[in-house]
Design a protein around this ligand. Structure first.
Ligand SMILES: Nc1ncnc2c1ncn2[C@@H]1O[C@H](COP(=O)(O)OP(=O)(O)O)[C@@H](O)[C@H]1O
Ligand SMILES: [Mg+2]
Length: 288
């Protein structure tokens, strides 16, 4: 697996199944899907992101970790088109793209599941999944098609704990709600799913459901970025770990090259002292 920056403008390799918003099929696991180059973002005098270079690969889970204020949410919002960066480049499948609006991100196949999930409690699962993209038949709602689609979406993710797709979202457990939110994101043919603290509010068994769900997304060939404070969760699902420290990328490496102590050290100090064997972004090294 590579974490190196790759040259731009490479043609997208032929994919497997016809999926993904670009219609070209998902990239093979490990192929660079999204490349960030020298991303900068300031809020007034606060430099929230400084020269972020990061490659997100298909079929792999990249965990984005860092202390409060490290810039995780700002980076996600830049990728999702909610708050575009001040400067820098984004390449999608090797081609430069401009993501200046959430619509641009979803058109590419980037889906973001935020902590508040943006589900409607007073609607059932089918209604939530098809909110804003209702299927019609002879000018009335095509409930049959939507129910089938909802069932397929949940089955695709092996979500088996939901009793009825006509259940109100308000009655679901936290893990089930997360699953519905992820299903909704993936139904739009996402190639990259971003999850912001998906297990923060969950108990043990619900956390398990969500971690399994994340692994299944990656197994399907989807690239996943997951923000988490919980290093145990991170080590369980992540193929790669990217550490942000004060708005800089302190390092990115395969999860196997981290242990808890190293991860904590990098999160809290921005450097990893006694491990010169592991790649650490030059930009992330402290100069003072
Ligand atoms: N809308 C905003 N206005 C001003 N400062 C902001 C805004 N959003 C984030 N920041 C600042 O940018 C830095 C990074 O914040 P954030 O991305 O939310 O960090 P994290 O998600 O890692 O906790 C912090 O110093 C934060 O105060
Ligand atoms: Mg945040």
């Amino acid at each position: 697996m590579t974490t190196d920056a790759l040259p731009g403008a490479r043609p997208a390799p032929a994919g497997r199944a016809p999926a993904g918003a670009t219609g070209a099929g998902l990239l093979p696991a490990g192929a660079p899907l999204l490349e960030l180059r020298a991303i900068n973002k300031s809020f007034g005098s606060v430099r929230a992101l400084t020269d972020i270079d990061l490659v997100i690969t298909a079929g792999e889970v990249t965990a984005l970790v860092g202390d409060n204020g490290a810039g995780k949410s700002t980076l996600i919002k830049a990728i999702a088109g909610i708050s575009p960066p001040d400067s820098g480049e984004m390449l999608w499948r090797g081609k430069p793209v401009h993501v200046s609006h959430p619509k641009d991100a979803s058109a590419l196949g980037i889906a973001t599941v935020y902590q508040d999930l943006a589900l409607c409690d007073n609607l059932d699962i089918v209604q939530n999944l098809y909110l804003g993209r209702e299927r019609l038949h002879l000018r009335t709602l095509d409930e049959t098609t939507m129910e089938l689609g909802a069932k397929r979406a949940l089955a695709d993710l092996s979500v088996v704990t939901v009793r009825s797709i006509r259940q109100l979202v308000a009655s679901l457990s936290g893990g089930q709600r997360q699953a519905v939110a992820v299903a909704k994101a993936v139904m739009g043919n996402a190639e990259l799913v971003i999850l912001d603290e998906p297990t923060a509010a969950l108990g043990v068994s619900q956390t398990r459901q969500v971690l399994d769900l994340i692994k299944r997304l990656a197994d399907k060939g989807i690239a996943v970025i997951v923000i988490s404070h919980n290093l145990r969760d991170v080590f369980e699902v992540a193929n790669r770990i990217a550490v942000l420290y004060l708005g800089r990328l302190a390092g990115v490496a395969p999860a196997a090259e981290f242990d808890t102590q190293t991860a904590v050290e990098m999160i809290t100090t921005g450097t990893r002292g006694a491990r010169p064997d592991t790649k650490v972004a030059a930009d992330g090294e402290k100069d003072a």
